[in-house]
Write a protein that binds this ligand. Structure first.
Ligand SMILES: [Zn+2]
Length: 136
């Protein structure tokens, strides 16, 4: 994901899917896939190629990794979710067969510190932002 941070002025948004495991005490994001050829990418919009996204979900399932949500970049130091982002997540939840009642949405901004990322848990009726801190 760091590779696709939009540090170049004309860089397009990038993104993909998050995979990992869920246990009783933790959700572990272990793999981030994408971006894919055929994605819809511009300076301030990103939508995964849905066929490629579905293939990634099936591929990761074979390796025992659950689909946990989506990531994409923003050209902001401290990213915030746009109404388009929220709409897209609601559509995903409505139209997907999911392992859980919630999906993660991670937005990767320009800053390399913890406040350069925004992480949300999105359910069909709410979106909650996590407070992030660096692990060390
Ligand atoms: Zn966005």
């Amino acid at each position: 994901m760091q590779h696709y941070r939009q540090t170049w002025m004309f860089a397009s948004e990038a993104g993909g899917q998050l995979f990992g495991t869920i246990s009783s005490d933790a959700v572990s994001v272990e793999i981030a896939t994408g971006p894919y050829p055929g994605d819809e990418r511009s300076r301030c919009r990103y939508r995964s190629n849905s066929k490629a996204a579905q293939q990634a979900i099936e591929q990761q399932a074979k390796n025992g990794s659950l689909y946990l949500g989506e990531w994409h970049t923003h050209a902001e130091d401290r990213p915030s979710a746009s109404s388009l982002d929220s709409d897209a997540m609601q559509r995903l939840i409505a139209n997907s067969r999911l392992n859980s009642s919630a999906l993660l949405m991670l937005i990767v901004g320009l800053k390399k510190t913890a406040d350069g990322m925004a992480l949300f848990t999105v359910t069909s009726d709410a979106s909650k932002q996590w407070a992030l801190s660096s692990g060390d």
